[in-house]
Write a protein that binds this ligand. Structure first.
Ligand code: FES
Ligand SMILES: [Fe+2]
Length: 346
């Protein structure tokens, strides 16, 4: 079951250029392409003539041309060309999905198009501010449910165990981090304060910390699949009165989890450094450190998914540090129930 009445990242805007991109989203095959004017569109990846996937065709000035008999469809899914035939039947059209290009993303709506409110899309202005937040981005295709990846990001006590050599640090620092959680209308926010803690390898590489540090991780979960993160650190004592405006180290991570199937997802993420902003090596280094750490998450979550698929999840036990994760799941369950009701009403 997927939450369909929601915006998901379908692709990075720069993934869709002059060839069709096939991507299964919420279980449905979708093809993404740009027409001659550069406008991006998302269609069901199935030609209405004989059912070939449109993604094996090509993009022309008119739209996307099926690779089987050459029917061409524009961004609205309307057939605009049938080779050797003047009259185009009215029914010759392919389903389209609302698609919005914004902040470097292509956001897709897989549910009822009449409910797709563009104003509800998460904004991420840091992608448009290369001077203060130079960034890099990528996508991991994960053989694990999107919900397991959101779980992973909602319970950071895994950092010390999964990421000990990179972005983690001492396990007990994470278990004992002071959590401040706030519920929002569509998710939750939490701050994790780790004051007077040992600096971790990634931070030392980034800013050369020598002694102990004050460290903050600020997370915002926006249902169903977006997580915004700010990480900051400075010399121990610097955060005695909360987070100052200009920490020595600060970076932002965007996490977008888009379901592919019930047991696989796309993980769109970016890193943006707010320190050494005029040094491309800093941007590169942060990205490659995080890339390595997220591969560690991928390995754990794929192994977890394999077990859950094999043995089910009826006998799993929740512990105290699952609080944020459980709240997130309740929000997602509520959205899923709303979705199911809306579909039943249709
Ligand atoms: S199947 Fe697409 S043109 Fe025939
Ligand atoms: Fe992780």
């Amino acid at each position: 079951m997927f939450i369909r009445n929601a915006w998901y990242v379908a692709a990075w805007a720069d993934e869709v250029a002059d060839t069709p991109l096939a991507r299964r989203i919420c279980g449905e095959p979708v093809v993404l392409f740009r027409d001659g004017s550069g406008r991006a569109a998302a269609l069901l990846d199935m030609c209405c003539h004989r059912g070939a996937p449109l993604s094996i065709g090509k993009v022309t000035a008119l739209g996307i041309e099926c690779g089987y008999h050459g029917l061409t469809f524009d961004c609205s899914g309307t057939c605009v060309r049938i080779p050797g035939q003047e009259r185009i039947p009215e029914r010759a059209r392919v389903r389209t999905f609302p698609l919005v290009e914004q902040d470097g993303f292509l956001w897709i709506w897989m549910g009822d198009a009449s409910r797709a409110d563009q104003g509800a899309i998460v904004r991420y202005p840091w992608h448009n501010d290369a001077a203060h937040w130079p960034h890099r981005h990528t996508m991991y295709h994960i053989q694990g449910a999107a919900t397991l990846m959101v779980d992973n990001l909602m319970d950071l006590t895994h950092l010390g165990y999964v990421h000990g050599s990179t972005i983690g640090g001492n396990p007990m620092t994470h278990v004992e981090a002071k959590m401040e959680t706030e519920r929002t209308s569509n998710g939750l926010k939490f701050d994790r304060w780790m004051l007077n803690s040992l600096p971790l390898p990634t931070y030392v590489k980034a800013c050369g910390f020598q002694g102990r540090i004050d460290r903050l991780q600020r997370f915002e979960y926006i249902a169903p699949g977006t997580i915004l993160q700010l990480s900051a650190a400075d010399e121990a004592g610097a955060y005695a009165n909360g987070l100052p405006d200009n920490s020595k180290l600060q970076f932002r991570l965007f996490h977008g989890l888009t379901p592919e199937t019930e047991t696989s997802c796309f993980y769109f993420w970016s890193t943006a450094n707010g320190y050494r902003t005029d040094d491309p090596a800093a941007t590169e280094q942060l990205f490659s450190e995080i890339a390595g750490a997220f591969k560690e998450d991928l390995t754990v979550v794929e192994a977890q998914q394999a077990r859950l698929t094999e043995l089910g999840e009826d006998h799993l036990v929740d512990i105290a540090t699952d609080a944020a994760r459980l709240h997130m799941r309740r929000i997602a369950d509520r959205l899923l129930a709303d979705d199911t009701l809306a579909r039943a009403a249709e």
